[in-house]
Design a protein around this ligand. Structure first.
Ligand SMILES: Cc1cc2nc3c(=O)[nH]c(=O)nc-3n(C[C@H](O)[C@H](O)[C@H](O)COP(=O)(O)O)c2cc1C
Length: 306
């Protein structure tokens, strides 16, 4: 098989992507910051930092701590709010070839719905990712840990707009499959899994948490096995596509997630220490697909033998 002939295109419900390599919310700024390092047009999709209805100052420092094979963060959704995003960031994002999936978070259903209405139909908004999984703010994560609330918020947003919807789930639940099923029933086009794993770092001499907010979200290679497990469980639970997230830093990681059931992947923490990692992975993807005897990414998805 010729690696140059490999079909990289995938679909996340109503959202077509030229390839499955996506950058994760909160780890790629609003993309402009990365334009001198990364050929943004090559990315399968771009997910900017989550926005909220009002500006948020975020949590007090420290906001990040390095851990073994990863990092803990409690940024607290620091952002300038939806209107600043529409005015200052969206015009730039709309000019990129890669589809932009706008990540939104609200405290309640009404806030999610209002944000979806505001963004629907604007140039540059290819889809919405509902951040119902941030461990560093109160409110939003409840939608990601209760199936009924999850279904309600997804259905509410689905009714309020015409763009495709991704539901981003937290791993900090007992049964992620049940939450994914609820999101699918609510009308999600795809499931993004996972957001960070709740963690704690301690300065024992001061008897204090290292993060200003106390607990935070663990990300990076440390969480990859948890994310792979979650993606596998979600893929078994629903018929809609799954986007794998968690500790992905190499082509081998990407292939593991595809085989486990992910139709696409998001690269997060790796962007911080290897800003061109997505370009390297894109260079290596066709040969890796070919190595499995496949001629398209789709043929690899969910082929894990258990
Ligand atoms: C510093 C930092 C900020 C993040 N901010 C957001 C965010 O605003 N919205 C969101 O949905 N996820 C956010 N995340 C979670 C990532 O998108 C991703 O789900 C998680 O880090 C796991 O992937 P990774 O191990 O590749 O980083 C953030 C992660 C980090 C490390």
């Amino acid at each position: 098989m010729n690696a140059t002939a490999v079909d990289l295109a995938v679909r996340l419900g109503r959202l077509p992507l030229s390839n499955p390599i996506v950058v994760a919310s909160g780890t790629f700024g609003y993309a402009r910051e990365m334009e001198h390092l990364v050929d943004l047009d090559r990315l399968g999709a771009i997910i900017p930092k989550t926005i909220t209805p009002q500006p948020r100052a975020g949590n007090s420092p420290w906001r990040t701590v390095e851990t073994a094979a990863g990092m803990l963060n409690s940024i607290g959704l620091d952002n300038d709010g939806i209107e600043a995003f529409v005015e200052h960031h969206l015009p730039y994002l709309a000019g990129l070839a890669a589809p932009v999936v706008v990540s939104i978070a609200g405290h309640d259903l009404d806030e999610f719905v209002a944000m979806a209405r505001r963004l629907d139909g604007l140039a540059g908004v290819a889809a919405l990712e509902l951040n119902i999984s941030c461990p560093n703010v109160t409110g939003g994560v409840d939608f990601g840990s209760d199936p009924k609330l999850c279904r309600r918020v997804v259905a509410g947003v689905r009714d309020a707009c015409n763009v495709p919807i991704l539901a981003k789930l937290t791993p900090n639940v007992t049964d992620i499959g049940a939450i994914a099923r609820a999101a699918a029933e609510g009308g999600a086009d795809a499931i993004s899994a996972i957001n960070t794993c709740l963690g704690l770092a301690v300065d024992w001499r001061r008897r204090k948490p290292l993060l200003g907010a106390g607990m935070g979200g663990l990300s990076g290679p440390a969480i990859k096995p948890i994310a792979l497990r979650a993606v596998y469980q979600v893929a078994q639970a629903v018929d809609i596509p799954v986007i794998g997230i968690g500790g992905i830093a190499t082509i081998d990681d990407v292939m593991e997630f595809l085989v486990a059931g992910a139709t696409a992947v998001q690269i997060g923490t790796a962007n911080f220490y290897h800003p061109t990692v997505t370009m390297k992975i894109l260079d290596e993807l066709p040969a890796a697909v070919t190595e499995l005897g496949a001629s398209s990414v789709i043929d690899v998805v969910g082929t894990l033998k258990i």
